[in-house]
Design a protein around this ligand. Structure first.
Ligand SMILES: Cc1ncc(COP(=O)(O)O)c(C=O)c1O
Length: 354
């Protein structure tokens, strides 16, 4: 190929996306922090009803924003809807583009797409190490300089499941210069049980903070791709300007509205996750395996030298878990919480291999 490609693009890791193993019968998919339950009847009916209208370009975003506004006690213009929260990451990078501020800060060992997207949009990336496996807000505050444009936080943190608490966030946000956007990706917030989980919403009025949430995890719509950002209406309007028209399809929009209303299903999912957490803790303790207590729907487990090999051998037994080498934990795997039967199967196979 004779086309010249810039190094910033060449250096992005290339891997085949969206492997579909789990759609065949018999796989236990515990590698992507998904919701193990299919959509509820109410959501499925909404999806089926929507099919007959797909000859039209999609509507429904305004109504979804209104529903979210009612849910959070805010206004519709405090929300922007994304094609998954991944699209919101890109929108924020596009909206914040600035000649003299071109740096982002991320936590080392966090969700890879912040860095990938930042490089695509020409930002430089500073990575701040974790402290005790938790986001080090003090070190992040010290790492901010006059080039910093966006700080990406993720709470609870993928892949450790740890969280920073409200007091720490309060100190942090007060120390951030006013021309730096703080993105708080709360993809797993619904699963957090610690009462000190920060009330990030209370900051959006007075600080340049954007919260990202998603329907992919607790609401079980990962395959439809819907996320949303909450922030000050002015700030949100700049993201909206950089958004692709019609990036949220009609089915996704209507399903998200139905899922938001389905409180019984959310409760079932969160109860299952809490039970799964206790199950894994007890089993891992009995097996003598070290794990990180988690506020999310997954758990990081120290396996030792054979972590990659065990991931491969579990795969041969049709159990998908994630090897954490690319996150900087070459001795660990991450297991997402499945249904009780899936969790039992995973532990059963893990026992045979450790
Ligand atoms: C921290 C974090 N943010 C965002 C996402 C992506 O979410 P979405 O499906 O809404 O794009 C993930 C997915 O695993 C994640 O772990």
């Amino acid at each position: 190929m004779k086309l010249s490609i810039s190094d910033s693009i060449k250096n992005i890791p290339y891997y085949p996306k969206a492997l579909m193993y789990g759609h065949e019968e018999g796989w236990v998919r515990l590698s992507s922090n998904e919701n193990p339950y299919p959509p509820s009847e109410a959501v499925l009916e909404t999806i089926l009803d929507a099919l007959s209208a797909v000859n039209r370009y999609p509507g429904g975003e305004k109504e979804l924003k209104d529903d979210l506004a009612a849910h959070y006690g805010l206004a519709g213009d405090n929300f922007v809807i994304g094609n998954g929260s991944n699209e919101l990451i890109e929108m924020s990078l596009r909206a914040m583009k600035h000649d003299s501020r071109d740096g982002i800060i991320v936590t080392e060992s966090s969700f890879a797409f912040y860095e990938i997207a930042a490089k695509i949009y020409g930002y430089t990336v500073k990575k701040v190490p974790l402290k005790n496996l938790t986001t080090d807000l003090g070190a992040i505050a010290r790492a901010i300089d006059d080039r910093t444009r966006i700080v990406f936080l993720n709470n609870p943190l993928n892949p450790t499941g740890t969280m920073y608490e409200d007091r720490e966030f309060d100190d942090f946000i007060r120390s951030v210069p006013p021309d730096v956007l703080v993105v708080v990706d709360e993809a797993y917030a619904e699963f957090a049980q610690n009462p000190q989980f920060p009330g990030t919403l209370t900051y959006i009025k007075d600080y340049p903070v954007l919260i990202f949430r998603t329907f992919s995890k607790a609401y079980g719509l990962a395959g439809l791709r819907v996320g949303y950002s909450i922030g000050d209406a002015d700030l949100v309007s700049f993201l909206e300007r950089t958004k692709q028209p019609f990036s949220i399809n009609l089915i996704a929009c209507l399903a998200a509205r139905a899922a938001l209303k389905d409180e019984a299903r959310l409760k079932k999912v969160l109860d299952n996750s809490a039970q799964a957490r206790s199950f894994y803790y007890a089993e891992l303790k009995a097996m003598g395996l070290e794990y990180v207590p988690s506020e999310a729907n997954f758990v990081l487990i120290r396996i030792g030298d054979g972590a990659e090999e065990i991931t491969r051998r579990l795969f041969e037994r049709k159990v998908l878990v994630r090897f954490m080498g690319s996150y900087g934990f070459p001795d660990c795997i991450r297991i997402s919480f499945g249904t009780p039967a899936e969790n039992r199967k995973c532990i059963e196979e893990l026992k045979k291999l450790t």
